[in-house]
Design a protein around this ligand. Structure first.
Ligand code: F6P
Length: 308
């Protein structure tokens, strides 16, 4: 998000605009927490994860009274364009605000990569890499100790993050909300891997599944020999957020941030700027709000073939 804030600020300044950063997301818009930004204010942040402006969900903004306060705050400062960097919840808010007559452009940013209107979203590549690093470490220790590891990563209701990290990390099993693998099947697949002579095995589990890592571990409690391997579980949780962004994410954020300002200066409103088929695209927020993009089913078959 910081790389996107930097890109929005510097490209808007380049076009002669004045830029105000909103502290704590939607809540800051309701409370009037603004801070004017110049080029130096966004220096030294491209390599830092998260957002120096802060972010917060806001129950108040969901109420009409909260949105009226936000409108007053924007009008008082003469702000006539808003860039919203975020995922599903944020872009649903963007849509609401755009319906009130404010020029709003969304920037696709979430580690979950579940937004309609972008093949890939800011933060996702970095989160995949953090998950992957953990998988690599666990594989090394698994190999030394003849163990299988259950690794649970984030992603809310979308399995993309788990799937990509699992594919890149050579996982034996990947369980996602879209294609959940039961504990019984995990046991069978791990046992088959053991029989094939593997010295370790990795099971990547997405946060949104019904049987998470802890439940699966508990399932094996009474029959520890069942998989052949000694089993351990690691839940990564918020560790997958906040890492220094990858080069890919910095560049994506830079492109989308600049594209958001361009959209505003074109007089565009109510759109999300995203990255689709290798170019910047604009998708109406009306098509995005309240919906999520399903994970590509072809990836599941890829994972199955490569787990051998
Ligand atoms: O949407 C990003 C995300 O990190 C999800 O992967 C996760 O389910 C959720 O946010 C966690 O939210 P919180 O930080 O409020 O616990």
């Amino acid at each position: 998000m910081n790389a996107a804030i930097r890109a929005v600020t510097r490209s808007a300044l380049d076009q002669g605009m004045t830029v105000h950063g909103v502290r704590q997301g939607w809540q800051g818009l309701v409370d009037g927490h603004f801070r004017q930004l110049n080029a130096r204010d966004v220096g030294g942040i491209i390599q830092v994860g998260g957002t120096f402006l802060g972010s917060a969900r806001s129950a108040e903004f969901r109420e009409e009274s909260g949105r009226s306060k936000a409108l007053r705050n924007l009008a008082q400062r003469g702000i006539d364009g808003v860039v919203v960097i975020g995922g599903n919840g944020s872009q649903t808010g963007s849509y609401m605000l755009s319906q009130l007559g404010v020029h709003v452009v969304g920037v696709a940013s979430t580690i979950d990569n579940d937004l309609i209107g972008s093949d890939v979203t800011i933060g996702c590549d970095t989160a995949i890499n953090v998950t992957l690093e953990a998988i690599d470490h666990l594989r090394t220790t698994g190999s030394s100790h003849n163990r299988a590891f259950l690794v649970e990563t984030m992603g809310r209701d979308c399995g993309y993050l788990a799937m990509m990290a699992g594919l890149a990390g050579g996982a034996e099993v990947i369980s996602t909300p879209e294609f959940e693998v039961s504990a019984i099947e995990i046991a069978e697949r791990l046992h088959a891997a053991y029989e094939r002579g593997k010295t370790h095995a990795i099971v990547v589990i997405a946060e949104g599944v019904k049987e998470n890592a802890a439940k699966i571990l508990a399932y094996f409690e009474d029959d520890k020999e069942r998989t052949g391997f000694e089993l351990r579980a690691t839940t990564l949780g918020h560790v997958v957020r906040g890492a220094p962004p990858s080069a890919f994410d910095r560049i994506l954020a830079t492109r989308l941030g600049v594209a958001a300002v361009k959209a505003l200066s074109d007089g565009e409103t109510g759109v999300l700027v995203g990255w689709q088929r290798n170019e910047v695209t604009r998708t109406p927020l009306a098509d995005i709000a309240g919906r999520t993009r399903p994970m590509d089913t072809e990836l599941v078959e890829l994972a199955r073939i490569l787990a051998k």
